[in-house]
Write a protein that binds this ligand. Structure first.
Ligand SMILES: Cc1cc2nc3c(=O)[nH]c(=O)nc-3n(C[C@H](O)[C@H](O)[C@H](O)COP(=O)(O)OP(=O)(O)OC[C@H]3O[C@@H](n4cnc5c(N)ncnc54)[C@H](O)[C@@H]3O)c2cc1C
Ligand code: FES
Length: 290
């Protein structure tokens, strides 16, 4: 039987508890919902009604949850009318939120999760980091890439991570003691100058051959980046789970508006990104590596 990943979905009226603006039209919004905070798995997303004026909801990944306080955070960037209207929401406003939706990432017994997020693909990587931050079995490394200023005040790391004395980190990941490197083609202080895949390659090359066998790659970001990460993973013979972004209408599996072609044992098949994904085995999506 096909698993549809609809088991966690509920409709919630969520109050806005905080809403911060960062450079380049990036925002972090905190919403209240005990159900979503309790049930979200890393890589799942919510479908938001951004205002009473737009009929269509907008899909946004859950970045982090606070189960004690029953809240969750989203990081988003204004790209069009929907996200512009979301940016106008004030503390105390109530939004209708469906979720959490999707399969999410699956952590395996590989001990070194390499988490690579680009642009608004950063949130699901932060969600994985939060999930495993207190689990001594895992030894993750996070790479975040952005071509606009990062939506946080990057700072020096005190952790013993790969090149941690050289590259700045995200304060939230530092607080969780998860090592991280930042990458950009821009000249930002403390940021690796290059693509996320360049930094990932340097990281992978720094590992022993036995550690390399423990790496599993998790990624989210624009499609060209996902394709490059998939290619790199293939080169190092590493499994790679990629979260895709597709235009969505219903986001609950009913309209087939979000289908992508995926390679399966029985040949190519059309899968719905909303409920069959958004996370897929990267090599089943990016043709060259099937
Ligand atoms: C599973 C998933 C998770 C996402 N997570 C985030 C996130 O954490 N942060 C973030 O900033 N953005 C995220 N996005 C992208 C976000 O949904 C779009 O930027 C947003 O829907 C754009 O709406 P708009 O009205 O502002 O833009 P417009 O371009 O005006 O949107 C018009 C229509 O296109 C759709 N659309 C436009 N761009 C995208 C896109 N890249 N992906 C899917 N649909 C799109 C909108 O839903 C809307 O129906 C995610 C998308 C998906 C599918
Ligand atoms: S958006 Fe309707 S099936 Fe995915």
């Amino acid at each position: 039987m096909v698993k549809t990943h609809r088991d966690t979905i509920s409709v919630n009226d969520c109050q806005v508890l905080a809403h911060y603006q960062f450079e380049a039209d990036q925002y972090i919004i905190t919403l209240e919902s005990k159900e979503i905070a309790d049930s979200t798995r890393p890589g799942q997303f919510v479908h938001l009604s951004v205002s009473g004026m737009l009929a269509m909801r907008r899909p946004i990944s859950v970045m982090s949850v606070d189960a004690d306080n029953g809240t969750f955070d989203l990081l988003y960037k204004i790209v069009g009318e929907g996200t512009k209207q979301l940016a106008d929401r004030k503390i105390g406003d109530v939004l209708s939120v469906i979720g959490p939706i999707g399969n999410g990432f699956e952590l395996t017994d590989r001990k070194i999760p390499l988490l690579i997020g680009g642009g608004v693909g950063m949130p699901p990587m932060i969600a994985i980091a939060q999930k495993i931050k207190d689990n001594a079995y895992y030894n993750p490394y996070v790479i975040l890439g952005s071509e606009v200023p990062f939506p946080f005040e990057a700072s020096q790391s005190s952790l013993n991570g790969f090149n941690s004395s050289k590259f700045y980190t995200m304060p939230l990941l530092e607080e969780w003691r998860v090592p991280c490197g930042l990458a950009s083609l821009q000249d930002y202080e403390g940021v690796y100058k290059g693509y996320v895949t360049d930094l990932a390659r340097e990281y992978l090359d720094s590992l022993s051959s036995s550690d390399l066998k423990e790496v599993e790659v998790f990624t989210c970001g624009p499609n060209p980046m996902l394709e490059a990460v998939s290619k790199l993973s293939n080169e190092y013979n590493l499994p790679c789970q990629a979260s895709l972004e597709e235009y969505m209408a219903c986001a609950v599996g009913g309209c087939a508006g979000c289908v992508v072609e995926v390679a399966t044992e029985n040949g190519p098949a059309m899968k719905r990104v909303c409920v069959d994904g958004p996370v897929f085995d990267a090599k089943t999506v990016f043709n060259d590596f099937r």
